[in-house]
Structure formats: structure tokens, C-alpha cells
Design a protein around this ligand. Structure first.
Ligand code: AMP
Length: 295
């Protein structure tokens, strides 16, 4: 496994692999890796001959006052985990290596980025779209792997790839959860034991939504109410949104007559958490939620 910190070195390493005719995959991450990230890495290793993982805490996707400075960083630990997975290249640039001091051009993903996370975190998706476009332009992968954990991000990246003709196949991977149901996240490290038990209301609310749909509820507002009832009164939890949306456009739905997506987000203490789940009126959970395409 090769580790590089400059764009030139990363380009060179991948160029050699490409010359050998290898299929190239990229797994973009912000590090502090856990089993969720590793599931993406494993999917990439299965599908590609050469797997690059980027580890970069991207400042442009943090809004002012967010946790950019304190975001968990553990490059040595990350390298140890990746070495056991058959990864070929780790690209871990500094902020200065990634962005010129006078960098000004950015990618605006359009209306998909306006709602939900985009509303709570102004500029977030522009930062994501910009850094992903830059990473794609350095590595030029055939395939790129993203988690459904960040469902809106996955849709935004697909939109950018399609609209800017980036020629990368975006592969969405299922959410990996802890035994207690909490979606794995680098930010879970911030949670005290008490906060963690409050945070479990998020996956519980998603389960309540899925159960309501399974029992025949088709009114999206009623499904949202089932989520709100589950989080009401949970100590220290401040909900940002709990909504039922179209899995592709992320626009709110009136009815759940086909597979929909429930999105939920909030803060527990200082820790921001997001989660989501497929809502399937029939037995086709995951069908419309899983992504593959946009070449
Ligand atoms: P991050 O390091 O948080 O930017 O995440 C890097 C990638 O890992 C993103 O595509 C995330 O959606 C994905 N990811 C993070 N947590 C999980 C999880 N629990 N399950 C699946 N994918 C995840």
C-alpha cells in the first residue's frame, strides 16, 4: 500500500495502474475510519483492480462554527486499518496541498442541495461537490464508492457526475450500523453514554416509520408523525427534520405508494447526527434506494 500526500504523486501512482489496464476505484473519506468506511473499501476491492482511498477532512464542507477543528483525526490508525484491506493507494493531502491559497472556483450542485442538510449546513454540499470533483480529477477513477448513510450527499454526487460529464460510475453502499442500531459515524466518538442512548431515538424513529408503512400507512405526513412521536421528549435531542421524500429528487412526498426514503437529522448535545432508511410499501426495500449508474 502506497501513501502519498501530493496531487502529483497520486496522479502518477494511478496513471501507472491505468497503463496496466487496471480498473480504478476511489473511496473518498474524511478518515477516523470505522466499519462503515471499510464496507465501502471492501465493495471497491471486489469491483476494481486498483483501489485508492482518500483521507481528507475537507474544510470547505464545514460551515462556520461547525466542528472542522475538532473533527476526529487518526491517520496512523486509518493506515493500519486500510493496510489489512488490500488497498493500493492512500491519498492524504494537507489542506494546503489540496487547495491553493487563492482558490476561488466552486461547484454548485443545484436544487438537490437546497433542502435538508443543505438548509441546516449552508454551503456544505458546494464544499462536498467541489472536493469530490477535485478528487475525481486527480484520481480519475472508473468507480467511486459512497455510503447511503449520507443519502443526500450520494444523490448530490450523482447529480454532479451526470451534469458535469465526469464519467465516473457512482456506487452507493448500504448503511452499516452498530449492534444497538446507531449508524456508524466518526462523530459517534463525541457521544457520552447518556447522549448515545438519546441518539438511538433516530434509528428507532426510522423503524417506526418503516413499521407504519409496513402496516399500510400511505400518508407521508402520518409516517412523519410516527417519527416525531418517537423522538418527542428524548433528553438532549434537538431534531432538525424527519421527512418522507422521493428517493431520487429528495422532494417531500404526499403518499408512500412506492419506495420512499425517510430522512432524519438532529443534534444530541454538540454532536450532529443524520440517518435514513428505505420505506417500502411492498417487499422491495432497497430497490429504489440503491444506486448504480450515471456513467
Ligand atoms: P465520511 O468520512 O464521514 O466523509 O464518510 C466517507 C464515506 O463513508 C461516505 O461516502 C459516507 O457515506 C460513508 N459512510 C460513513 N458512515 C457510514 C456507514 N455507517 N455506513 C455506510 N457508509 C458510511
Amino acid at each position: 500500500m502506497e501513501r502519498v500526500a501530493s496531487k502529483a504523486e497520486a496522479r502518477l501512482a494511478v496513471t501507472e495502474a491505468r497503463r496496466e489496464g487496471k480498473t480504478i476505484a476511489l473511496v473518498p473519506t474524511m478518515g477516523a475510519l470505522h466499519e462503515g468506511h471499510l464496507s465501502l473499501v471492501r465493495a471497491a476491492c471486489e469491483r476494481a483492480d486498483y483501489v485508492a482511498v482518500s483521507v481528507f477532512v475537507n474544510p470547505t464542507q464545514f460551515a462556520p462554527g461547525e466542528d472542522f477543528e475538532s473533527y476526529p483525526r487518526d491517520l496512523e490508525g486509518d493506515l493500519g486499518l486500510l493496510a489489512g484491506e488490500g488497498v493500493d493507494l492512500v491519498f492524504s493531502p494537507s489542506v494546503g496541498a489540496m487547495y491553493a491559497a487563492d482558490a476561488a472556483a466552486v461547484v454548485h450542485p443545484g436544487p438537490l442541495a437546497d433542502h435538508w442538510e443543505g438548509e441546516v449546513r449552508p454551503g456544505h454540499f458546494s464544499g462536498v461537490a467541489t472536493v469530490v470533483t477535485k478528487l475525481f480529477s486527480v484520481v480519475r477513477p472508473d468507480l467511486a464508492f459512497f455510503g447511503e448513510k449520507d443519502y443526500q450527499q450520494l444523490r448530490v454526487v450523482e447529480r454532479v457526475v451526470t451534469d458535469l460529464d465526469l464519467g465516473v460510475r457512482v456506487v452507493g453502499c448500504p448503511i452499516v450500523r452498530d449492534d444497538d442500531g446507531l449508524a456508524l459515524s466518526s462523530r459517534n466518538a463525541y457521544l457520552s453514554a447518556e447522549e448515545r442512548s438519546s441518539a438511538l431515538a433516530l434509528p428507532a424513529a426510522l423503524e417506526a416509520a418503516a413499521a407504519a408503512v409496513a402496516w399500510g400507512e400511505r400518508e407521508a405526513r402520518a409516517v412523519e408523525r410516527a417519527m416525531l412521536e418517537r423522538v418527542a421528549g428524548v433528553r438532549g435531542l434537538e431534531l432538525d427534520y424527519a421527512v418522507v421524500v422521493d428517493p431520487r429528487t429528495l422532494e417531500p412526498l404526499d403518499r408512500v405508494d412506492r419506495t420512499a426514503r425517510a430522512l432524519i437529522a438532529g443534534r444530541v448535545g454538540r454532536t450532529r447526527l443524520i440517518d435514513n432508511a428505505a420505506l417500502a410499501p411492498s417487499a422491495d426495500i432497497g430497490g429504489a434506494g440503491t444506486t448504480e449508474g450515471n456513467r
